[in-house]
Design a protein around this ligand. Structure first.
Ligand SMILES: [Zn+2]
Ligand SMILES: [Zn+2]
Length: 352
């Protein structure tokens, strides 16, 4: 089968690889039909395969997808009896968790599926360099999905499946940065500071609007981000990430730059929440912990939990309360993926 593969730093090409097979009774085989580019993908491609994997090694790309179910093992599907897997059927469209998890260990059943105890940390599709394990990538003709009963969530009727491609990762990532805080304190005024990883911050703003935030402000130095934020219904504010312009009880930090993070910290109201969806490569970034202690800034940081969060987010989409489509900036054809996967655009979706 054909698999979009990163074969060297900056190099993306179709490669022929063996078809995956149903290896366990709880497995599914799926055919991705729409794949969104995650914010990490360009970084993975530029870094290229790990030297430890030797010359000629390439890794599969793509981990945010809407898939068609092609085959199901005997423990999933309508014939398998009651349980989450019984709602899956061959031919149906589903969203697939980008993180591979067992669905039954303590972390998986406790809503923390990103740290499944049964698999190595960072067991994800399309990210072999992070875990060292190749699970396959969504820009492929077929993908094996173990533990399909918890990994797959059916696409709701009546929505454009292509526009849901980013839901398993970047949409869920934005959502979880605001949802628990707005549930605890409804109507909070929300600030999203965006200095990179643009779509995740915009999905956070979109989620805050959907969840009834008192107001949603997006601060950025990126005109494309501010234009898109305004189109979503958020209030766009230009910043150079210097002194705060106002303080908010809930601030989302989204990006890659230390000065952006410090601006986000500075923009939190006393005893407010700072939720960072950012991974900082630079180990020299220093947080003003003394100031944060005195002002009571509550810092949340960590990965999203894709399988745990998908049912809740898909429920909002099915109810017509959340629509990720306005963040999409480019939809391209499947065959264009090698040439266009690194296009400079906020949210790229590849579809068949
Ligand atoms: Zn991702
Ligand atoms: Zn698990």
């Amino acid at each position: 089968m054909r698999q979009l593969t990163c074969t060297a730093s900056g190099a993306v090409e179709w490669c022929d690889v063996p078809d995956p097979t149903l290896d366990g009774p709880g497995d599914a085989l799926v055919r991705p039909v729409a794949v969104a580019r995650c914010e990490i993908d360009p970084l993975l491609v530029m870094a290229g395969p790990r030297a430890a994997d030797g010359p000629g090694f390439g890794f599969a790309l793509g981990h945010e997808a809407v898939v068609e179910i092609v085959a199901l093992g005997p423990e999933v599907g309508a014939g398998a009896g009651a349980g989450a897997g019984s709602r899956l059927a061959v031919g149906d469209l589903a969203l697939c968790s980008f993180q591979v998890g067992c669905g039954t260990c303590g972390p998986c059943t406790g809503g923390r599926s990103a740290v499944c105890a049964a698999l190595p940390l960072l067991s994800d599709y399309g990210m072999q360099p992070l875990s060292g394990v190749e699970y396959g990538g969504m820009l492929s003709d077929l993908v094996r999905v173990p533990h399909a009963a918890t990994m797959l969530v059916p696409v709701p009727a009546g929505v454009d499946p292509v526009q849901l491609a980013s839901v398993p990762d970047n949409v869920v990532d934005g959502y979880r940065s605001v949802a628990p805080h707005l549930a605890a304190s409804p109507g909070l005024d929300v600030l999203v500071v965006i200095h990179g990883n643009r779509s995740i911050g915009l999905y956070a703003a979109l989620s805050a609007l959907a969840l009834g935030a008192g107001s949603v402000t997006v601060e950025s130095d990126d005109p494309a981000v501010l234009g898109r934020a305004e189109a979503l219904g958020a209030r766009p504010v230009v910043t150079d990430f210097g002194r705060h312009q106002a303080r908010y009880p809930l601030v989302v930090d989204c990006g890659t730059e230390g000065r952006g993070l410090l601006h986000a910290v500075d923009s939190v109201a006393h005893e407010g929440v700072l939720h960072s969806v950012s991974y900082y490569l630079d180990p020299s970034i220093v947080l003003p912990l003394g100031k944060m202690y005195t002002r009571g800034v509550q810092l949340h940081i960590g990965r999203a939990h894709s399988a745990s969060s998908l049912p809740e987010v898909v429920g909002l989409i099915a109810a017509g309360r959340l629509d990720p489509a306005p963040v999409t900036t480019s939809v391209i054809g499947w065959d264009e993926a090698p040439e266009r996967y690194l296009d400079d655009t906020i949210k790229l979706i590849v579809t068949r």
